[in-house]
Design a protein around this ligand. Sequence first.
Ligand code: GRF
Length: 214
Amino acid sequence: MTAVPVAVLASGGGTNLQALLDALRDSTVARVARVVASGADAGALERARRSGVPTAVLAHPDDPDEVVTATGGARLVVLAGYLKRIPPAAVARLRWRVINIHPALLPAFGGPGMYGRRVHQAVLASGVALTGATVHYVDEEYDRGPIIAQWPVPVRPDDTPETLAARVLAVEHRLLPQVVIELARLGVPEKPVRLSASGSAFLVADQPSVRVGE
Ligand code: GRF
């Protein structure tokens, strides 16, 4: 079996990229084939170089041709802390092959302007008892595409945006590689799939025999 090539798009430090690089290093199911940054200052680029993964920096992140070309024909495109909008024409060409990780339980606490610390501030201000991480398909609207998998994280009474962000990020680092491996194992289906957690495994909702890690 040839490992499914995955392109990772990032704008920031790239700890989720690192989680993918670590999890997929010896995988026969999926491999990080390239890393694409929205700016030359993205820390993710250095992480890619350290792992020997080819990199690209987008000169025009709003140019659909440039975005699609930069993904280099990868079967799956993962947005991991990517802060630019994927141009709708690129979304259309990569339909159900682009996924994003968001540090809250969508559809709550998502949408334009909801990123980074602001998400956790809004969660704390709302008084909810539960937050978490969501991996979802990217469509034409920010944070609105079909949900693939979620992992809940309790909010503690003494949480600050920083403590909450750290606890959610630790969960992101586990959730994202599992989802990528599972989608790759399924051959990156042409229709959206939903994975549900069961113990340490993720089950495809309508195919309960498919498990991560087996
Ligand atoms: C993560 O919280 C992710 O959910 C969000 O941006 C952050 C990226 O962090 N989309 P990193 O660059 O992977 O460390």
